[in-house]
Design a protein around this ligand. Structure first.
Ligand code: NAD
Length: 489
């Protein structure tokens, strides 16, 4: 039985090291576990953004002039606070997002890992040096960009901000974070922990809000770079608007990940991985398995998947989806596919959790004989639903994957190294799994998809993000009067 007694203080903006009340209208924050209101969040306006940007701009000279090693010390302390408060932070994620407690703990653990990567920057961001001609040296250093912003989605309220905030700050930038207005409490807590870790005032600021404040961020003349993670629809808007204002921008969008299952795949490993990928975080992750392409006869694997998926109980191993509207949308996709002739092998519609009747649950859903033209095969459903599309051979399966507008992740399940290599070579996606349903690259490797799953050049994490958060200064030096002169010097 899930009784939510917890209420949180109203979420406030965090500017210049102060939690600030806002005059703007507020939105209720609702827990998907029960549908109850747990807090409120302000929908801030331009004045509050101006204040946060001014705070970041005035913190920038001192913060950026510190050595990388000095800045890193704050993040070592911050990492210890994350470890100390791991359970409490996970509980916030669990309540505001609706994912299970074990998924929430994993989200905090990943945030710790991301902070550890930021702590390793002094070993990675060392600059470059070369004697380019006799007695003449070229040196390349990475410098921070200035005031930057990150706009976050609802599905990982704690981890996704950790994709960007520690790296951007440790590299010397000052930031304005705009959390998802649906799940703003985790970020609020993040600010409290940064304060405790001794981050100087103004280096990290939070301005809460929705569409209006995102547009203001894209237009603000003093913000140099905007990173965004969310749906493709909004990623497109943000990328166009920020770059048209001559800002650096990377905007990660939605996904429709294809998992190609060959008949020789290991039955148990494949069934458990595919089901975990489609149902983990209630299917609300951009790395979730959305389409399984079954090549030839894979009926034995599908029947094992049904058994595995049936054992996943909403409210226990499966969390809630984010809202009543999301549940309605997911159930509608299932109904439309069924009406169009697809076969629902396991139906999660109408899931109810005893004691949490107001919660927004959809059970694991497996739909067979879906055709590529159906909306459920093309569009992002973002729920614990997998569609199965049948293909006669591997070429046909790869062709199906290639035709997706998205390109976040793709995976192949097989015991054949040669066939796996074929999929790796030909899949049209940025992150590939071989016998892995959620192929998230770990730092220092970077996270980012292709096509409509990402607009912009760099990835959002790992070494690629260092490029995004810095600019290069190139210095050429000669002290020795006897040094060679060449046609350039
Ligand atoms: P969303 O696009 O609705 O919202 C993301 C952010 O944009 C929020 O902060 C929101 O306030 C703001 N926003 C919403 N509508 C806007 C508008 N019209 N104009 C300007 N700003 C607007 O995304 P979401 O529902 O919060 O998150 C789920 C989506 O994020 C899914 O599509 C998922 O695949 C995607 N996602 C992608 C990745 C990735 O790495 N590619 C990671 C996590 C989530």
């Amino acid at each position: 039985m899930q009784v939510i007694e917890k209420r949180f203080e109203p979420v406030r903006n965090y500017i210049r090291g102060q939690f600030q009340d806002s005059d703007s209208k507020v939105l209720n924050v609702v827990t998907p576990l029960t549908g109850e209101t747990i807090s409120t969040v302000p929908l801030s306006g331009r004045g509050e953004l101006d204040d946060a940007v001014a705070a970041a701009a005035s913190a920038f000279p001192a913060w950026s002039e510190m050595t990388l090693k000095e800045r890193t010390q704050v993040f070592f302390r911050y990492r210890e606070l994350l470890v100390r408060d791991r359970d409490e932070l996970a509980e916030i994620v669990h309540i505001e997002n609706g994912k299970t407690m074990s998924e929430s703990l994993a989200e905090v653990d990943k945030s710790i890992e991301l902070t550890e990567f930021a702590c390793s920057m002094p070993q990675i961001v060392t600059g470059e040096f070369m004697e380019v001609s006799k007695g003449v040296e070229c040196r390349v250093e990475r410098k921070p960009i200035g005031v930057v912003s990150f706009i976050a989605p609802f599905n990982f309220p704690f981890m996704v901000p950790h994709w960007t905030v520690p790296n951007a700050l440790v590299l010397g930038n000052c930031m304005v974070l705009k959390p998802s207005e649906i799940v703003p409490i985790s970020a609020f807590r993040m600010a409290q922990l940064f304060e405790e870790a001794g981050l100087p005032d103004g280096v990290f600021n939070i301005v809460n809000g929705g569409q209006e404040i995102v547009e203001e961020i894209c237009d603000h003349p003093e913000i140099e770079a905007v990173a965004f993670v969310g749906s493709t629809r909004v990623a497109r808007i943000v990328y166009r608007r920020a770059t048209s204002n001559l800002k650096r921008c990377v905007a990660l969008g939605g996904a429709k990940n294809h998992l190609i299952v060959l008949p020789d795949a290991h039955e148990e490993m494949t069934a458990t991985n595919v089901v975990a990928s489609m149902s983990g975080c209630a299917g609300q992750r951009c790395m979730a398995a959305a389409s399984m392409v079954g090549v030839g006869n894979v009926d034995h694997i599908i029947s094992r998947m049904i058994t595995v998926a049936k054992s996943i109980r909403p409210g226990e191993e499966l969390g809630a989806v984010i809202s009543e509207a999301a549940r309605g949308r997911i159930e509608q996709y299932i109904a439309e596919a069924e009406a169009a002739g697809a076969k629902v092998l396991l139906d999660g519609r109408g899931a109810r959790v005893e004691g949490s009747e107001g919660g927004f649950y959809v059970g694991p859903t497996i739909i067979d004989h879906v055709t590529p033209d159906m909306a459920i095969a093309r569009e992002e459903v973002f729920g614990p639903v997998i569609v199965i599309i049948r293909a006669e051979n591997l070429d046909e399966a790869i062709d199906l994957e290639n035709r997706s507008d998205y390109g976040n992740a793709a995976a192949v399940f097989t015991q054949s190294g040669g066939l796996a290599r074929e999929v790796i070579n030909r899949a049209n996606a940025g992150m590939i799994g071989v016998n892995i349903g959620v192929p998230v690259p770990r730092e220092p490797y970077s996270f980012g998809g292709w096509n409509e799953s990402k607009f912009g050049v760099c990835d959002i994490t790992g070494e690629s993000s260092i490029e995004f958060w810095t600019k290069l200064k190139k210095t050429t030096t000669k002290w020795n009067p006897d040094a060679w002169t060449n046609w350039m010097s």
